[in-house]
Ligand binder design. Structure first.
Ligand SMILES: *[C@@H]1O[C@H](CO)[C@@H](O)[C@H](O)[C@H]1NC(C)=O
Ligand SMILES: *[C@@H]1O[C@H](CO)[C@@H](O)[C@H](O)[C@H]1NC(C)=O
Ligand SMILES: *[C@@H]1O[C@H](CO)[C@@H](O)[C@H](O)[C@H]1NC(C)=O
Ligand SMILES: *[C@@H]1O[C@H](CO)[C@@H](O)[C@H](O)[C@H]1NC(C)=O
Ligand SMILES: *[C@@H]1O[C@H](CO)[C@@H](O)[C@H](O)[C@H]1NC(C)=O
Length: 484
């Protein structure tokens, strides 16, 4: 009797539970909803008829510890599984033993700690594996098995410190590799008797202290920003098009001739220097916040970039910048000189002949003398340049005040930072005085005109009526008197 009852309860529970619910828009996709744990999913799947038309499954409001292998037994044609945000903590070969079909597997935003042996074993068609936003500390030896179809691998936002010696060998087919936001301190590959083939390689926010350019021989986009790389790196034999190496402690950087975008900002080594080689293709160059002692070497190379559109030199301590001597490329469209401790912008009067394509220049938060700044601003306005960030561009005096007031909050201290505002104050006073005087004058003219008009009106309307009416009245009176 009790057994019957349990059986009945079990059957009602299972039949009450929903199978995979079809998407109305996409009939080959379905989703499981409100699954409470892996056993719950297993029970549903055990009752599930074998289905061969579903290609993609995803989950909603679901909690799982692992994916039961019955999933791939029940859905025989599945090629995409989105198991993100389901609290998974396991990823082993047991779960996927039955499938060879998966092309895309998304297990991001889970709690996977470890990728165990042969996790992707059997998934010979897998192209895209997303394991980002987990708690992965290690990927076991052969944790990810070599598969020539794997092109996208996302392992970002994990806790990976050390990569297994076979890791790179096993993922040698990958084109886009994302290892950003981990704790990787060294990249090495003893077992690599082949050339790495990453086209895009993201390694930002790790703890690398050195980097071997052999890893990026086929790479076009490389982001290694916010690591701790010191010393010299020579990229001259690379194929890079975009390089982001900001936020390291480099001493010497050599770039390749094909590079179009370079961000080398925030490298705070004082002796940092860059060799641009014969590069003529740079479009965007960011050299913000560098603690370089001699900028001359860097500036000397700038003119060779015939296609340069954006130059960012903000947050440096340049003191002065000579537009003519520094030989900037004519192509330049945006130029950032914000917070560069500038006291003087030499040859700014020739700005437009030097940089005829300039659309935006940022000179906010510098140390211009209060006599120089207003004339620079005036000149920039005349050329219709977008002086972005100069909120007080039309109010010179206010801007100068802001500029001088900002001195106390500045990063670096300067002896020559003091600002005298007399000249511009006087100008404003004179302008105010002239406005006031002309106001009085105009007011007076208007007032006089009104008085004149009033008198004229008074003469032409009121005076005749006063003379006529008594005459009429008296005439009437006379007539009445006559009648009487
Ligand atoms: C995986 O899922 C997450 C969250 O749902 C999403 O942001 C990410 O783009 C997906 N990854 C891929 C490769 O589609
Ligand atoms: C992981 O990287 C892939 C491809 O590089 C991308 O499509 C996916 O959106 C990334 N995942 C997340 C969670 O952003
Ligand atoms: C790398 O992965 C992170 C998510 O973890 C994502 O935000 C970023 O866009 C990815 N980069 C690329 C190029 O896919
Ligand atoms: C000037 O530059 C700022 C900042 O880049 C931008 O937001 C603004 O739209 C630009 N104004 C014009 C008129 O181009
Ligand atoms: C700037 O100088 C003042 C006084 O001379 C000092 O108190 C302050 O710490 C200095 N600021 C920095 C960032 O060095």
């Amino acid at each position: 009797m009790i057994q019957m009852l349990i059986h009945l309860l079990f059957v009602t529970f299972v039949t009450a539970a929903q199978f995979c619910i079809f998407d109305t828009e996409n009939p080959t996709t379905c989703s499981f909803r409100d699954i409470t744990d892996s056993t719950h999913l297993f029970r549903i799947l055990s009752n599930n008829p074998v289905t061969s038309n579903i290609k993609k499954i995803y989950f909603q409001r679901t909690t799982l510890t692992h994916l039961p292998k019955e999933l791939t037994i029940a859905y025989t044609a599945l090629d995409e599984l989105d198991a993100s945000y389901v609290y998974l903590w396991r990823f082993t070969n047991i779960d996927f033993a039955q499938t060879t079909k998966f092309k895309k597997l998304n297990m991001s935003h889970n709690q996977i700690h470890r990728v165990s042996s042969f996790a992707s074993n059997g998934m010979i068609n897998l192209e895209n594996l997303d394991l980002s936003h987990n708690m992965i500390q290690s990927i076991d030896n052969d944790g990810i098995v070599y598969n020539e179809n794997l092109k996208y691998l996302n392992l970002s936002d994990n806790r990976i410190g050390k990569l297994d010696r076979n890791f790179f060998k096993n993922i040698r087919s990958v084109k886009i590799l994302n290892l950003s936001n981990n704790k990787i301190s060294s990249l090495s590959c003893e077992t690599c008797d082949f050339e790495m083939s990453f086209e895009e390689f993201y390694l930002q926010n790790n703890q690398l202290i050195s980097f071997n350019p052999d890893f990026i021989k086929s790479t076009f986009i490389f982001d290694v920003s916010n690591n701790a790389i010191t010393g010299e790196i020579d990229f001259s034999n690379s194929k890079l098009i975009e390089l982001n190496i900001r936020g390291n402690a480099l001493q010497y950087l050599t770039i390749n001739d094909d590079l179009e975008m370079l961000d080398a900002s925030d490298n705070t080594e004082r002796s940092f220097d860059i060799s641009f080689g014969n590069n003529k293709k740079l479009i965007s160059l960011a050299l913000a916040n560098l603690d370089i002692v001699h900028y001359e070497n860097i500036f000397a190379g700038l003119h060779q970039f015939e296609k340069l559109l954006n130059l960012d030199l903000s947050e440096n301590n340049l003191e002065f910048f000579d537009l003519k001597a520094h030989n900037l490329p004519q192509s330049l469209q945006t130029f950032n000189l914000r917070r560069t401790d500038l006291h003087s912008l030499l040859n700014w009067k020739s700005l437009y002949s030097i940089l005829p394509n300039l659309k935006e220049i940022n000179i906010v938060d510098n140390y211009f003398s209060c006599s120089e700044l207003p004339s620079i601003l005036e000149s920039l306005q005349e050329f219709n340049v977008n002086i972005s960030g100069l909120s007080a561009a039309n109010d010179k005096n206010k801007f100068v005040q802001q500029n001088c007031a900002a001195d106390s909050h500045r990063k670096r201290n300067h002896s020559k930072g003091a600002c005298v505002q007399k000249s511009s104050n006087n100008t404003i006073l004179w302008i105010l005085l002239i406005i006031c005087l002309s106001g009085y004058f105009i007011g007076a003219v208007i007032y006089a005109n009104k008085v004149y008009n009033f008198i004229e009106k008074f003469k032409s309307i009121n005076v005749p009526s006063m003379t006529v009416s008594p005459n009429n009245q008296s005439r009437n009176l006379i007539e009445e008197q006559d009648e009487v």
